[in-house]
Design a protein around this ligand. Structure first.
Ligand code: PGA
Length: 251
């Protein structure tokens, strides 16, 4: 079973468009459900509409409040998400890190999600690669900080996505190669093995995200060893997204 996560980011603009995209995505999810666990991470404003439109899709939010204080204007808490039927939530996406989320804030958000029995989709990734390999310590810090104090049983409910910042979105310089993806996934599993044990390290899903399209999707899950994919832009185009779902399960 491979994960296929759609990160709709700040789209679509209207509820009507969100409903139409959700219906098309549900069809893809139904067709591929034997081999693909599909999750749609949508803007807060669409979550309730999506829940009422389809029961096929697992729903994820794109962020959550780090505090439990009600005096947090503009924020959305983990229990609120839970109440809407959301089961997953992205944390530490490079676009929220760029808006000020430090490793400490990401850690607090993870705590809030686990308290509400929601599954964190923890995004980690370096801004750039240097020839000395210092970027590896960025990933190590992001993971060690995120998992600090988290007991082993909670790891059953956890997804990690390796998303190199240089590969994400319209400003991406390029996507990672399957070899780079495989090396980083191995590195991430090694960090988890050092923090917990081999068994946990082997079983925790580690996905790849960043400029995934129908042409490169398959290589990330075969040669790149990714447990699935986190797709941004292309998840807004059902025809292309359907091709990704087909390609990752092709024998
Ligand atoms: P992209 O975004 O697929 O548009 O590069 C990936 C992400 O932001 O998670």
């Amino acid at each position: 079973m491979k994960f296929l996560i759609a990160n709709w980011k700040m789209a679509p603009e209207t509820p009507k468009q969100a409903i139409s995209l959700a219906k098309a995505t549900s069809t893809i999810a139904r067709t591929s459900k034997k081999h693909v666990q599909m999750i749609v991470c949508a803007s807060y404003v669409h979550l309730s509409t999506l829940r009422n439109t389809t029961k096929t899709l697992a729903l994820g939010a794109q962020d959550v409040a780090s505090t439990t204080t009600i005096a947090s204007t503009g924020k959305v808490s983990a229990p609120m998400l839970k109440g809407l039927g959301v089961t997953y939530c992205i944390v530490g996406h490079s676009e929220t890190r760029a808006n000020g989320d430090t490793n400490e804030v990401v850690k607090e958000k993870i705590n809030r999600l686990l308290e509400s029995k929601l599954t964190p989709i923890l995004c980690v990734g370096e801004k750039e690669r240097d020839e000395h390999g210092w970027y590896l310590s960025t990933i190590k810090d992001q993971i060690e900080s995120a998992f600090f104090g988290i007991a082993k049983p909670s790891l059953k409910r956890f997804v990690i996505a390796y998303e190199p910042v240089w590969a994400i979105g319209a400003q991406a310089t390029r996507e990672a190669t399957p070899t780079e993806c495989q090396e980083m996934i191995l590195f991430i599993r090694k960090i988890i093995a050092d923090l917990y044990d081999e068994k946990v390290a082997k079983t925790i899903p580690v996905l790849y995200g960043g400029s995934v399209g129908e042409e490169n999707a398959r290589a990330f899950v075969t040669d790149g060893d990714a447990s699935g994919l986190l797709v941004g832009r292309v998840s807004l185009d059902p025809k292309r997204f359907a091709k990704i779902a087909q390609r990752i399960v092709q024998q």
